[in-house]
Design a protein around this ligand. Sequence first.
Ligand SMILES: Cc1ncc(COP(=O)(O)O)c(C=O)c1O
Length: 366
Amino acid sequence: MSKYWNNKINSATPYVAGEQPKPGQKVIKLNTNENSYRPSPDCSDAIKTFDVGALRLYPDPECTIVAEAIAEAEGLLPDNVFVGNGSDEVLALCFQTFFEKKGNTDLPVLTPEFSYSFYPVFEEFYDLNPKKIPLREGLEINSDDYIGVPNCGIVIANPNAPTSRAISLTDIEKILKANPDSVVIIDEAYAYFMEPYETAASLIEKYSNLLVVRTLSKSYSLAGLRVGYALGSEELIEGLKRCRDSFNSYPVGRLEQAIAAAAIKDKRYHEWSRGEILKTRQYTTDELRRLGFDVPPSSANFVFAKPPACISAEKLYQNLKAKGILVRYFKTEGISDRLRITIGTMEQMERFIQETEKEIDDAKDS
Ligand SMILES: Cc1ncc(COP(=O)(O)O)c(C=O)c1O
């Protein structure tokens, strides 16, 4: 609290990011769903050939080189693409641009009950009315639960985080059809890890109320770059640009744009690192199940696993942390019995499994 802050900041509940190791601290970091592989080698080339002299000029506000690369990859037009400073920023702009209580009707924004924990932060910050839709058996999102529920907008992470479960395009289409007056945001931060890969971007031409949000932080191994984007009808993209230009017209720097465009164009590398992560995800799932964990099939670069009865999720989290292995534990009722574990390299996951097995054995003996 401060007398210098306004009421909004005094009463805000900011997002709490997963812990970051201190500089120089050696840990196996499996707690924020980053990618353990290096970014595409083309990113290094983009840095080496970058003209530092160009930094005296402001960057292109439309991020044209990035928007063109994305549009080409998705079979869309650059006017269907909005590029921002990480998808968190893009999502913040979306909440400001598309959602409001609409007079005194208090229409809520619908989100799954357990989902990305930034959504409630935005809802509070932009004075929106939240409505959490419970998950079904097996942590599943059911499209029927988003039909016939009055709302001013819908946000669904697909695959959902932290649950790792995905819904089908058929279900997304049902939600879009049933809510023609609301913008439906599909947050595809982890979509590239679905097997088979599916994207709601293929529905953009059909539904002007659909906005797909993506990031380069996960599948492109570029969390440190801060580039995210939205795909949608020209009408929605234009709205986002109006919002952006009302507080920061240049959200992505010149160097960031050059690196992002290089990464997006290197489709072979993107596919290669996906393949490695899917293999390692299968190994991790099999091994955790062997140790007695409940592991729902994951469509993301993490698993959401419930340890066997001999050890609590919280205890296992703490013990692994003491051994230099960071995973994510949420002290939230309803999911506090699980750990969200990012899929790292095979070497990292073998070490994680070894240490986890020791913990389970010790817990059984005590
Ligand atoms: C579902 C989801 N959406 C969006 C983001 C934000 O990604 P970024 O701001 O790095 O683009 C995350 C990050 O963990 C996420 O889990």
